[in-house]
Ligand binder design. Structure first.
Ligand SMILES: NC(=O)c1ccc[n+]([C@@H]2O[C@H](COP(=O)([O-])OP(=O)(O)OC[C@H]3O[C@@H](n4cnc5c(N)ncnc54)[C@H](O)[C@@H]3O)[C@@H](O)[C@H]2O)c1
Length: 273
């Protein structure tokens, strides 16, 4: 039976990880924009991968259920790369919570029911979640374990009216959710981790650099230890470690890779004074 890698979000980061983990497997590239999925599929097909595409809106249960059906009809689900999302300059707070928080919970819930024994998954969160001050134990638990369909009604989310705050809460929520889901996925013999990248040059990051938060983004890059933005291929390296045999002891973890921006935020020149 073919081994399937499902990559949701056919953008730069999703593609970079897929290229590292999909040789000899069938890649199902899914995106809300069929043209994004088709373009990525052509690039991967030209590089020797076996690829098919699907359209999915991760903020719709029926749509993610249809994707699960399509994926399981292709073979055993060995890998999940969840790299679909919207950034603060691209969407309203409501849309960010619906796509980045609820959509991720939905993907984890539904793919967690079908992962193969020995399979593994990755969710792309963000350094942004690491800049949010600590949440209470009660809020952590709510984001980690509230049933998917009740998540958006959580009282802690009702005062959120700012896109950046919605993004930070969603991304913190992704890491917490992944930790909780690692318990359930572990019972199937599957692993799941989060990568929290810093500024990685992609169309999404370019929207941020050109948007109202551009100067703040450039300051983050200048004040970081690395002194530069990251590349999708560097996220691909961490993805390959986490999804491959050398990552077999790693599950329920969150990997911050941001060139030192978060360190500079909490303990260096960037942070809240
Ligand atoms: N680029 C960065 O600097 C950076 C940093 C930290 C985290 N991230 C996260 O990485 C992930 C991937 O971003 P990227 O930089 O590769 O951006 P990208 O714009 O290249 O890719 C994102 C993809 O998600 C798709 N998408 C958006 N809404 C969707 C929905 N409802 N259902 C399905 N697909 C949807 C888009 O069509 C797009 O193809 C996002 O979750 C983003 O928040 C990016």
């Amino acid at each position: 039976m073919p081994q399937v890698i499902v990559a949701i979000g056919a953008g730069s980061i999703g593609q970079a990880i897929a290229r590292r983990v999909s040789a000899g497997k069938h890649v199902l590239l899914a995106d809300i924009r069929a043209d994004n999925a088709e373009l990525a599929a052509k690039t991967l097909d030209d590089a020797g991968f076996t690829v098919s595409t699907a359209t999915v809106d991760v903020s719709s249960r029926a749509s993610v259920e249809a994707l699960v059906q399509k994926a399981t009809a292709l073979g055993e689900i060995w890998g999940l790369i969840h790299a679909a999302g919207v950034s603060p300059s691209q969407a309203s707070p409501e849309t960010i919570l619906k796509v980045d928080l609820y959509g991720t919970a939905l993907v984890l819930e539904l793919f967690g029911n079908v992962m193969a024994r020995g399979g593994s998954g990755i969710v792309i969160a963000s350094q942004s979640g690491h800049r949010l001050p600590p949440l209470s134990a009660e809020h952590n638990k709510a984001l980690a374990t509230t049933p998917t369909e009740d998540l958006l009604a959580l009282p802690m989310l009702q005062p959120v009216t700012d896109s950046l705050h919605a993004y930070q809460l969603s991304k913190r929520g992704n890491s917490l959710r992944v930790m909780a889901e690692a318990v359930r996925w572990g019972k199937r013999g599957a692993r799941i981790n989060t990568i929290s990248p810093g500024i990685i040059i992609t169309p999404l990051a370019n929207d941020e650099l050109k948007g109202p938060r551009g100067p703040g983004y450039r300051r983050m890059i200048e004040a970081s230890a690395a002194g530069r933005a990251g590349t999708p291929d560097e996220v691909g390296n961490v993805g390959a470690l986490l999804m491959g045999p050398e990552g077999a002891f790693i599950t329920g973890s969150d990997f911050l890779m941001d060139g030192g921006v978060t360190a500079a935020w909490w303990f260096g020149d960037l942070g809240p004074k």
